[in-house]
Write a protein that binds this ligand. Structure first.
Ligand code: FAD
Length: 452
């Protein structure tokens, strides 16, 4: 016994990393238990035939302040690019393109010019979208009635037709919520648009990694946690959390039990229930009802450049978003393009050949230079449970950090952060959980303010 409070963190994703650093900063003796041989959780990369491949393209926005602070803490802030001003090239298979670019005006006028010039919609449709966006500014994301409502019904009410949905709403909702607009919770969509686009002009500027994800998260996190004195145990599978006398707990699994004064359980929601003791009073059926939504990525290496911008969005094509992965992956000469397919309920069970054929045809229709290019490599990665489903009623199902046991605390992008399942949500949840865990341990002078 060191005299310092002992806090165990189960799960070394971004939530667990953030929680571990905050607890260590507050003076706790921290042990981080992660089943995989690496940190970074759902945002990682691996090597395939000499290519550094991200499990799925990850982007963030300027408003992701806590994720960006974590990157700075890890010394990895120079390994990401953040646009000076939001700029999204939008491509269509008929060759018509558009650019969604914000101007220097304050929100929401920063988008007025982009919408006014948006060639994929008629002037009347653009006006209708502007009106609906202003109406969305007034939707309370914390109102349970809006959580229970589908965004699809609200779009109908705002007289948004298929063209507006395809050319604007789907473009933003798919990558941020990993659901089709019609299936998403109105409250969750309102949160995304308000925080990311409608309240602060710079909030929606897009950022992405210029190195493979594990180089961004795993290696820097290991170094930073070690410097902070955190005992990181990889390949350590937690089997269960057992309450002990005096409010302490024991984590069983791995190479033997780990005793702690508090534990932060920062594993995916599909795994949390099995670890928690009944006294934690977390309803497993509630977590099950949160469900999951898949993301599929199609990775293509061409023998030449086919995409001239770092990324682009597609409209009226199966190619939702595509990214130039050349330099992060270490491809010289040709170009490595990754297509990110969110809400991939159909694609997740399609066989690889069909998927390849489907997306190579779609890419050729979208990118003139791809038509004459040779495909050197093409493969598919799938994350079947990439995120929870931000469907109507999801917010009500997301538990906060506290459980029925003061010393057992929850974290993860699926907990009730108000954010969708994002890296920002994960980091915020970890920070909140750290505050709750520190307040629960018997070490008054080192208790952190509980922000939850
Ligand atoms: C393909 C894909 C694309 C995405 N795109 C984006 C994006 O563009 N922008 C964005 O912000 N977010 C994106 N996300 C979501 C984002 O990656 C996640 O929300 C976030 O990384 C979740 O972090 P977390 O720490 O909450 O959970 P996780 O990253 O899931 O971490 C949980 C950890 O717990 C470990 N674990 C599980 N069980 C045990 C056990 N029994 N014992 C010990 N350890 C255990 C796991 O191995 C894992 O490392 C994407 C996700 C995927 C899959």
């Amino acid at each position: 016994m060191t005299g310092r409070p002992r806090i165990a963190i189960v799960g070394g994703g971004l939530a667990g990393i953030a929680a571990a650093l905050d607890c260590a900063d507050a003076g706790a003796a921290v042990t981080l238990l992660e089943v995989r041989p690496r940190l970074g959780g759902a945002a990682y990369s691996f090597e395939r035939e000499g290519l550094a491949v991200d499990n799925g393209q990850h982007v963030f926005l300027r408003c992701c302040t806590e994720y960006r602070s974590l990157l700075a803490r890890l010394g990895a802030e120079h390994d990401v690019v953040l646009q000076e001003r939001l700029e999204i090239p939008v491509l269509r298979p008929d060759g018509r393109t558009a650019m969604l670019r914000r101007n220097g005006a304050p929100a929401p006028l920063h988008l007025a010019g982009a919408l006014a010039r948006y060639r994929l919609l008629t002037p009347r449709q653009r006006l209708g979208v502007a009106r609906a966006m202003l109406a969305l500014r007034g939707v309370d994301p914390d109102d349970p009635a809006n959580d229970a409502r589908a965004f699809g019904g609200w779009l109908d009410e705002q007289r948004q037709g298929e063209a507006e949905i395809q050319a604007i709403w789907r473009l933003i909702v798919l990558p941020t919520l990993n659901l089709e607009p019609a299936q998403a919770s109105l409250a969750q969509v309102a949160q995304v648009f308000q925080v990311g686009l409608l309240h602060d002009a710079g909030a929606g500027d897009i950022g992405y990694a210029r190195v493979p994800l594990s180089q961004l998260h795993d290696e820097p996190a290991r170094r930073t946690l070690a410097r902070a004195g955190v005992d990181v145990r990889l390949r350590w599978r937690a089997e269960r959390v057992v309450p002990r006398a005096g409010g302490a707990c024991r984590i069983e699994g791995g190479e033997g039990p780990v005793d702690a004064d508090a534990v932060v359980v920062a594993v995916p929601h599909g795994r949390a229930a099995a670890l928690l003791p009944p006294e934690a009073a977390v309803d497993p059926t509630q977590l099950e009802r949160l469900g999951s939504s898949p993301i599929v990525n199609v990775h293509v290496v061409y023998d030449r450049r086919v995409l001239e911008t770092p990324f682009a969005a597609g409209v009226d094509t199966p190619v939702q978003w595509l990214f130039d992965r050349g330099s992060p992956a270490g491809v010289a000469g040709g170009q490595y393009v990754a297509v990110s397919v969110s809400a991939a309920d159909d694609e997740q069970s399609m066989d690889p050949d069909t998927l390849r054929e489907h997306y190579l045809t779609a890419l050729a229709a979208l990118l003139p230079a791809a038509r004459g290019a040779r495909v050197e490599r093409c493969f598919v990665t799938r994350e079947h449970a990439a995120t929870f489903r931000a469907a109507p009623g999801a917010r009500a199902l997301r538990p906060g950090p506290r459980t029925g046991l003061p010393s057992v605390v929850l974290a993860g992008s699926w907990t009730d952060t108000a954010w969708p399942a994002t890296m920002e949500g994960a980091v915020r949840s970890g920070q909140t959980a750290a505050g709750v865990a520190l307040a629960a341990v018997p070490h008054g002078s080192q208790r952190a303010a509980v922000t939850a």
